[in-house]
Design a protein around this ligand. Structure first.
Ligand SMILES: Cc1ncc(COP(=O)(O)O)c(C=O)c1O
Length: 416
């Protein structure tokens, strides 16, 4: 059991090393004895309600073709209303096996090869790939960093210039924004939506982290900020991060505009992607119907992990700048004041602290000197990792600059 909620045990680490977990199961992790705070899934067992529903489904020995029950959308809508006060129009919902395929299909549906698509780095690396792999032109509107307040905002002036000069067709939004942890406010989203409306840019909002919202912040779904009748928008929401079932693969795609929904539906049909996985839909329905208490406990635990991480770094390596996390379970840390190069920092974290984390440069050029730490782990793992990191940084700061090659240090595969 955990201190915060005796009904759940998030404290006892679960060994994932002998599984095919991308985060924990790699040969590199085993060979180098690393602790992994990398890929964005959680080290916590799923809610027992979900496991029970899956076991019950397995009791029936046939896994033939199935339709998706309407009740799936109903429990999803009830969750959105209960958690965020968001009224979902269930008519607007499509289903897909994942958020990234929802982004890819939206790109294919609402733009042509060569069209511009705007993203705001530092951002989830597949945002770069999904644009370029579909032969669209990547347009960057980097987020602005406030080093004193340790927070990030959108550059709406830069965005307008980009809209005027490059006439993009689409823009990808990440809300909350992975990796910087911003939960976009209503006023920010309204200004963004106005700009997109004015310049005919379709917004695709990746809201996969939208249940992870910390005290004092609220998740604003794009649907509540957008003036209808404009170029339209798509919102991608998934239970996969929320309930720690990224391996099952399920996403809800909200497309309020009827014509746009038909266009996207047609793309999905052409790709032959319209069938949900039976175990995923079973798990998703149980999760939204019965997972409130489990998720509430997870959220409290993660918010506390963020606090521990931030406070210990602030006390023991005060020059390290931890971006203020308003949501999500990742922490974005600026180590530029160490005086070390990015490569040396990567070396210190991997070889001295023995941690596998994500390299900031995978999130864009303005990720230099940054590293992303996944804090969805048990508190013992967190504490050991923090101690190792602080020790290594304290020593590393005074080490002679050495020549190290980035390629030997950094695992650039990045799933999340
Ligand atoms: C912002 C963001 N979008 C999408 C994904 C992956 O979504 P999916 O596995 O459903 O494609 C992740 C995973 O880390 C993410 O952080």
């Amino acid at each position: 059991m955990t201190l915060e909620n005796p009904k759940f045990d998030f404290d006892t680490p679960i060994d994932r090393t002998k599984t095919n977990s991308i985060k924990w199961g790699s040969r590199t992790i085993a060979r180098e004895g690393l602790t992994s705070l990398s890929v964005a899934d959680m080290d916590f067992a799923m809610d027992e309600h979900i496991l029970q529903a899956m076991r019950r489904r397995i009791e029936h020995p046939i896994f033939g073709y199935e339709f998706t029950a309407d009740s799936l959308n109903d429990v999803f809508a009830a969750w959105q209303l209960q958690q965020h006060g968001f009224t979902v129009d269930t008519e607007s919902i499509l289903h897909l096996p994942g958020v990234v395929n929802g982004i890819a299909l939206s790109i294919l549906a609402f733009s042509k090869p060569g069209d511009g698509v705007v993203i705001q780095p530092p951002v989830f690396p597949p945002f770069f790939e999904v644009v370029e792999n579909n032969a669209r032109q990547l347009l960057l509107n980097p987020l602005l960093y406030d080093q004193k307040l340790l927070t990030w905002r959108m550059d709406l002036t830069g965005l307008e210039t980009l809209f005027v000069n490059d006439s993009p067709k689409l823009m990808l939004l990440c809300n909350p924004h992975n990796p910087v942890g911003r939960v976009w406010r209503m006023d920010e989203l309204q200004q963004l939506a106005e700009l997109c409306h004015h310049h005919g840019v379709v917004l695709i909002s990746d809201d996969i982290h939208s249940d992870f919202i910390f005290s004092g912040h609220i998740y604003t779904p794009l649907a509540n900020a957008v003036r209808h009748g404009g170029p339209g928008f798509v919102q991608l929401i998934s239970p996969d991060k929320t309930f720690n079932m990224t391996g099952l693969g399920f996403a809800f795609v909200l497309v309020p505009d009827v014509e746009q929904r038909k266009t996207l539906q047609e793309k999905i049909r052409v790709m032959g992607l319209s069938r949900a996985n039976i175990m995923a839909s079973t798990a998703v329905e149980a999760a939204y119907a019965y997972g409130t208490e489990w998720f509430g406990a997870v959220l409290t635990y993660i918010e506390r992990n963020h606090q521990i991480f931030r406070e210990q770094l602030a006390t023991r390596v005060p020059w390290a700048r931890v971006s203020k996390a308003e949501g999500s379970f990742v922490s974005w840390v600026d180590l530029q004041a160490s005086g070390l190069s990015h490569e040396e920092l990567a070396y210190v974290i991997r070889h001295d602290a023995k941690l596998m984390v994500f390299d900031g440069l995978s999130f864009g050029e303005n990720g230099e000197y940054f590293f992303r730490f996944n804090l969805a782990c048990s508190r013992t793992v967190l504490q050991d990792a923090v101690d190792a990191l602080i020790r290594a940084l304290a020593v590393g700061k005074d080490r002679e600059p050495s020549k190290v090659s980035l390629d030997t240090i950094i695992d650039r595969r990045c799933c999340g």
